[in-house]
Write a protein that binds this ligand. Structure first.
Ligand SMILES: CCCCCCCC/C=C\CCCCCCCC(=O)SCCNC(=O)CCNC(=O)[C@H](O)C(C)(C)COP(=O)(O)OP(=O)(O)OC[C@H]1O[C@@H](n2cnc3c(N)ncnc32)[C@H](O)[C@@H]1OP(=O)(O)O
Ligand SMILES: Cc1cc2nc3c(=O)[nH]c(=O)nc-3n(C[C@H](O)[C@H](O)[C@H](O)COP(=O)(O)OP(=O)(O)OC[C@H]3O[C@@H](n4cnc5c(N)ncnc54)[C@H](O)[C@@H]3O)c2cc1C
Length: 581
């Protein structure tokens, strides 16, 4: 926090790189510096911002984002916490009517936060207007005691991020002033009348912002893991590649290169996609402030797609890196276990991935149908109904592979839409038909999202002007990424007829050549991520490669090594050894 102040970094820009890097097993302030700060910036009106932002910037107010309840996380419209307007006192009464309405999970809520943005069902003049955000003080700003009417606690140990205090929260008819409703987009006036927003999902804006931030953070987490595993693979020697010859670096094994290089490529794919979504987010934020919400749906869908893909890719990639380090990948000091546990949660939080992919699929189907009817569709999905012939690109060139992705994706959407129509004819109910097609719909969303990521990777690499040699290495890496994902999705390409069995075999051959070609670049590529040793926090991945010395030094710190004979010997082992059991 002192560093942020020294460098004049605003709170809501701090989360990803600065604050987040300090505590590897979860940070009790992460939701304060990210979601809480963003909610104030994007959902509070200027007067409210004047009131709360300076206090938040000075950490006088420490906030969290309390939306999820025990009973509902995904289905935001199903939240049960109520905020009922009392026109007599001009206050909202917050209440948790059931056990399932208990707020559950928010980061920092247990012990750290003294305030929260609470999402609650807004009632005024006897009518419910759905979930809305409220600024709520939870603890006394001086004593930190929870306030009367507020019941707070911590939810207990988790798979990871245990140095964060995820909390629970209940309200017992707790009153807050009317002006604590975040009123930038919708308002309740003094007489209780409701003023609706220009788009009814603007109150979900903090989720969209966080999804974009998560994409960026996933590329960082994966970059840490590939740095550790690649450096280790250059230090570790094992087995004989050629009988009788010295043990090679394990990075010489093709299987090891296959484990690592595609994930090094993935770091760039995620990073470049994150930049492109971030650009779009800035444009949309600027147009919303001018009253234009036309591009909001596109941003919502793109952020869902990229959050889902990047969290899945980085989690799988980190686990592959851990396994690629053999036994030493299982030791906590390698840094890989905590990277995994603090990344796998990104698959669930901020919108569970399947649910987000179904949002993407809904958009694909709607856009496909609109396109068929000649109605306007947004740029990222125009291809669904554009003529599906291959262009004149040389066979198996990068451009041809991108086209193969595009056509296969369009093909899958077309096929799934027909299935949806058939199912609808049988069921006579769109929602049942949708559910019966939902596995295929998720596949559509995944292929569309992968197409987007491949396209962004390629176009970004092609636009590098600074250095021909850097561009050339990244071109190889991008090519490897394209081919790798084509081989993982062979069925889609064969089904769409965009690639033949012979093409796939040729591409596979090229992938193996690329692994060998990129092998000498592996260490320079991860060195270029430029993580300081302190930040990486790994015995296996440090810059100097002193893996064995560091493992040995780290073992000395184990509490069990403080004494030669442990307490447990006297308490349990000796009696056991002496008993005749
Ligand atoms: C600790 C380690 C950190 C490591 C990482 C560091 C990263 C650094 C950054 C940050 C760290 C912060 C750490 C975060 C911690 C986690 C925080 C939380 O988890 S907070 C809770 C999140 N909860 C969800 O995300 C619920 C998910 N559910 C939903 O969002 C909705 O319920 C949804 C989208 C699934 C459905 O919403 P419906 O039921 O209201 O809407 P429907 O009926 O399905 O759709 C109606 C229309 O609204 C559109 N829509 C929905 N959401 C929209 C949106 N946000 N914007 C625009 N349109 C939207 C839809 O596309 C649809 O459009 P048409 O009708 O087809 O045209
Ligand atoms: C580490 C961590 C930190 C968190 N931090 C916060 C926080 O700071 N603030 C906060 O408010 N929340 C927070 N959360 C909560 C988080 O946002 C939710 O857990 C998440 O949105 C998923 O919701 P859920 O738990 O209700 O899962 P569920 O929705 O119950 O999901 C269970 C299963 O049901 C499936 N499913 C649900 N709906 C559908 C559907 N429509 N179609 C098909 N399948 C479906 C899902 O795919 C999944 O397989 C956090 C969670 C975690 C794990």
């Amino acid at each position: 926090m002192r560093k942020l102040a020294e460098h004049n970094i605003p709170l809501r820009e701090a989360s990803i790189t600065q604050v987040h890097s300090v505590l590897r097993d979860g940070n009790p302030l992460i939701v304060h510096t990210s979601m809480f700060a963003n909610a104030l910036a994007s959902l509070a009106n200027p007067k409210q911002q004047q009131q709360w932002v300076p206090l938040a910037e000075k950490n006088r107010i420490i906030g969290t984002y309390a939306q999820t309840e025990i009973g509902h996380g995904t289905f935001v419209r199903g939240l049960e916490t109520t905020a009922i307007f009392d026109p007599e006192t001009k206050e909202f009464v917050l209440h948790s009517p059931t056990i399932t309405s208990t707020k559950w999970w928010p980061g920092g809520l247990g012990k750290t936060a003294n305030a929260a943005i609470v999402m609650a069902q807004l009632y005024t003049q006897g009518k419910c207007y759905g979930p809305h955000p409220f600024f709520v003080q939870l603890r006394d700003f001086d004593t930190h005691h929870s306030l009367p009417g507020v019941i707070l606690g911590e939810i207990g140990p988790r798979l990871g991020i245990n140095s964060q205090d995820n909390g629970y929260l209940r309200f017992d008819h707790y009153r807050i002033p009317r002006t604590n409703m975040l009123m930038r987009h919708s308002q309740v006036l003094e007489d209780g009348s409701y003023v609706k927003p220009i788009h009814n999902k603007l109150s979900y804006g903090t989720m969209v912002w966080t999804r974009v931030a998560i994409v960026h953070s996933c590329s960082k987490k994966l970059a840490c893991a590939v740095t550790i595993a690649t450096r280790y693979s250059a230090v570790r020697h094992q087995s004989e590649l050629v009988p009788g010859k010295p043990e090679p670096q394990i990075l010489e094994y093709q299987t090891q290169q296959y484990k690592l290089l595609p994930h090094i490529a993935s770091v760039f794919a995620i990073l470049f996609s994150a930049s492109s979504v971030l650009r779009m987010q800035r444009n949309v934020a600027a147009s919303i402030s001018k009253g234009n919400v036309e591009l909001l749906p596109e941003l919502h869908i793109l952020s869902c797609a990229m959050k889902a893909l990047s969290s899945q890719d980085s989690t799988q990639g980190i686990e592959t890196c851990r396994l690629a380090c053999g036994g030493h990948g299982y030791i906590a000091s390698s840094g890989l276990p905590s990277l995994y546990t603090s990344t796998t949660c990104t698959i669930t939080y901020e919108g569970e991935n399947t649910v987000l992919l179904l949002q993407v699929a809904r958009y694909l189907i709607k856009s496909y149908r609109a396109g068929l009817e000649g109605l306007p569709v947004l740029p990222s999905v125009m291809y669904l109904t554009a003529p599906s012939a291959m262009h004149q690109s040389p066979p198996l060139s990068n451009q041809a592979l991108i086209e193969a992705f595009r056509i296969s994706s369009a093909n899958l959407v077309k096929e799934t839409e027909s299935r949806l129509c058939r199912q609808f004819n049988l069921e006579q109910n769109f929602h049942y038909a949708w559910n019966r097609c939902s596995v295929a719909l998720v596949h559509c969303a995944e292929l569309h999202s992968r197409y987007y990521m491949c396209e962004k990777f390629l176009s970004t690499v092609e636009s590098i002007r600074a250095s021909d040699r850097v561009r050339s290495v990244l071109q190889d890496l991008c090519r490897l990424y394209l081919i790798h994902h084509i081989t993982l999705n062979q069925g889609h390409f064969l089904r769409s007829g965009t690639l033949s069995g012979v093409d796939l075999s040729t591409l596979e051959e090229e992938m193996y050549e690329l692994l060998a070609k990129l092998r000498p670049q592996a260490v320079p590529l991860v060195d270029a991520f430029d993580f300081r040793d302190e930040l990486l926090g790994s015995t296996l991945g440090a810059w100097d490669g002193r893996v064995y010395e560091r493992l040995y030094e780290e073992a000395q710190k184990s509490p069990l090594n403080k004494t030669d004979v442990s307490k447990a010997y006297h308490k349990y082992l000796q009696p056991l050894m002496k008993s005749n059991l």
